[in-house]
Ligand binder design. Sequence first.
Ligand code: IMP
Ligand code: MG
Length: 174
Amino acid sequence: MQLREPPLITYNSIQKRVQELAFQISSEISSDNLQVIIVLKGAMFFASDLLKSLPPVSSVDFFKVCSYRGNSSSGEIEVQYLPTDNISGKKVLLIEDILDTGKTTSFILNWLCTQGPQMIRLCVLLKKIKSQTVTHINADYVGFEVEDRFVVGYGMDFNNMYRNLKDIYVLEFD
Ligand code: IMP
Ligand code: MG
């Protein structure tokens, strides 16, 4: 198992794209009454950079799920933390790391919908280009579309490793 050099996406290009996304988001959604929900742990770096470039939002909360074992989705979604902020009647911006099969995001969106938000917008750092679509989730804001390979770094992990890398790499398996 090794990181493929050079990085797939460098920290500098991530920062540039984050600025563009923040500009787009703030021109389309007013930040008053805006509830941000960050999906842990993968989206933590992305969300923290993005939030620093958004105007003050009303609240930030988290959703923690686990669906991956190693480099493949287990298919089962284990909820480890649910947001405690009341999102009823609020505008919600959900921040995710990767839209892969979309199962996790679809599960989270369904749960959020049951809480009666006024609207939900989805922002993902990466969207994997799949030959076959598994779920039909439309992200409102996408950082980068990437090939369908396993990636790590900038918050994303393989069995909890590599999360703290600055850049995003493809992880190659022997
Ligand atoms: P999905 O349910 O298949 O869309 O996968 C969703 C979650 O699996 C993402 O939010 C990530 O946390 C994780 N995941 C999917 N692909 C990768 C990857 O290439 N690297 C690291 N984590 C991944
Ligand atoms: Mg995730």
